[in-house]
Design a protein around this ligand. Structure first.
Ligand SMILES: Cc1cc2nc3c(=O)[nH]c(=O)nc-3n(C[C@H](O)[C@H](O)[C@H](O)COP(=O)(O)OP(=O)(O)OC[C@H]3O[C@@H](n4cnc5c(N)ncnc54)[C@H](O)[C@@H]3O)c2cc1C
Ligand code: SF4
Length: 327
């Protein structure tokens, strides 16, 4: 492992100034960053420890929605009684992420900044071609083992899947992110790979995530996160869906629907075509299954990941129908 210096930030301003220096990186729970440093992907000269910053672990929730500080632990947010009752998809997404030990260490800000699990990206010693690590070097995954790679939002330069669960749920409910003075939608924070897969987030040097804001809504209150994976725990999604549903007073007609996909795209993937097809329609299985097919419009597979194109619409339909049963 390379030598690096360590700085414990005493204020948000100090942290931001230090993080703007070349070779500096913020350190929160360390559950991703230390792994990436060990495998040689992250090569920080300075680690700026933000874990002692006061007030950034607050969780505030009411009728209007929730504001969650960037240093709140995944486990605290998942287990918060009001998050469970008012934003169940957020709690469920966090509960199904990683392991209990990791959730106890890891923070919301760090979770949103996690990098892809593409095995070629994480193995620089054996695979030099990776446009995300080294722009212009090529992509070892295209033509390689692709079972876990994306089918939506890919480009000729990169097909890496975005692995996080929380961001998928945040995108479904129009959550926004505070980056100091700037606020932007979580959906806009994650960038498509295009020809610059090395640029994953709309964050600039000297910015840090300070909080996320999730608007309250009837659809967010009746919501769920369904995650399908190779094993029931400690595993990333093969396909997942964050879904929120609001019905009209008749208890059958869909007034509002939110759908976002995880595990299948290069960024958290809002499926607006499914929402638009079902809003105003009666909630019944045939219509839901047909509309759910729209979630993978434009999908492109690379062989071994073809199953995701069949799996994702089934996950979406199952999540919507499950919520319908709670009417
Ligand atoms: C074995 C394993 C399984 C996992 N499974 C899942 C899973 O199923 N689902 C899932 O969603 N995640 C999963 N994860 C990822 C895990 O959730 C992340 O490691 C964790 O959330 C990162 O948070 P952290 O606080 O430890 O971040 P750190 O490791 O401290 O930081 C991660 C990155 O974020 C940056 N950063 C940290 N805080 C901020 C901030 N406030 N502003 C700007 N940048 C910041 C750091 O500089 C670094 O680049 C898994 C991880 C492991 C190791
Ligand atoms: S898919 Fe992306 S991250 Fe994986 S090897 Fe190709 S360029 Fe690198």
């Amino acid at each position: 492992m390379r030598d690096f210096s360590y700085l414990r930030a005493g204020s948000i301003d100090t942290a931001r100034q230090a993080a703007a220096l070349p070779g500096a990186m913020l350190l929160a729970g360390g559950t991703t960053l230390i792994d990436l440093a060990k495998c040689g992907v992250a090569q920080p000269d300075t680690l700026v420890d933000i874990t002692h910053l006061k007030g950034l672990d607050r969780i505030e929730i009411g009728e209007h929605g929730a504001t969650i500080g960037a240093l709140a632990k995944m486990s605290h947010v998942a287990d918060h009684a009001d998050i469970k009752s008012r934003l169940p998809a957020i709690s469920e997404a966090l509960w199904q992420a990683a392991s209990a030990q990791i959730r106890n260490m890891a923070t919301i800000g760090g979770n949103l900044m996690q990098r892809t699990r593409c095995p070629y990206f994480r193995d620089p010693a054996n695979f030099s071609a990776c446009n995300k690590r080294q722009p212009g070097s090529g992509c070892s995954a295209i033509g390689g083992v692709t079972r876990g790679h994306a089918v939506l939002g890919t480009s000729d330069a990169c097909i890496a899947m975005y692995p996080g669960d929380l961001a998928t749920a945040l995108v479904a409910f129009d959550a926004a992110m505070h980056l100091g003075e700037r606020k932007l939608l979580v959906d806009d924070f994650f960038l498509l790979p295009g020809s610059t897969p090395d640029k994953e987030h709309a964050i600039e040097p000297g910015e840090m995530i300070t909080a996320i804001e999730i608007p309250g809504s009837a659809a967010a209150r009746r919501s769920t996160y369904l995650k399908i994976r190779d094993r029931q725990s400690y595993e990333f999604a093969a396909a997942s869906a964050a879904v929120g549903l609001e019905l009209e007073a008749d208890g059958r007609t869909i007034r509002d629907l939110r759908v976002a996909l995880g595990g299948v795209a290069t960024k958290p993937w809002r499926a607006r075509a499914v929402e638009d097809a079902l809003k105003g329609k009666v909630l019944e299985p045939e219509a839901v299954r047909a509309a759910s097919q729209l979630s993978v419009e434009g999908a492109v597979d690379h062989g071994a990941n073809h199953y995701k194109i069949e799996l994702a619409p089934r996950v979406v339909a199952r999540a919507i129908l499950k919520l319908g049963e709670t009417a």
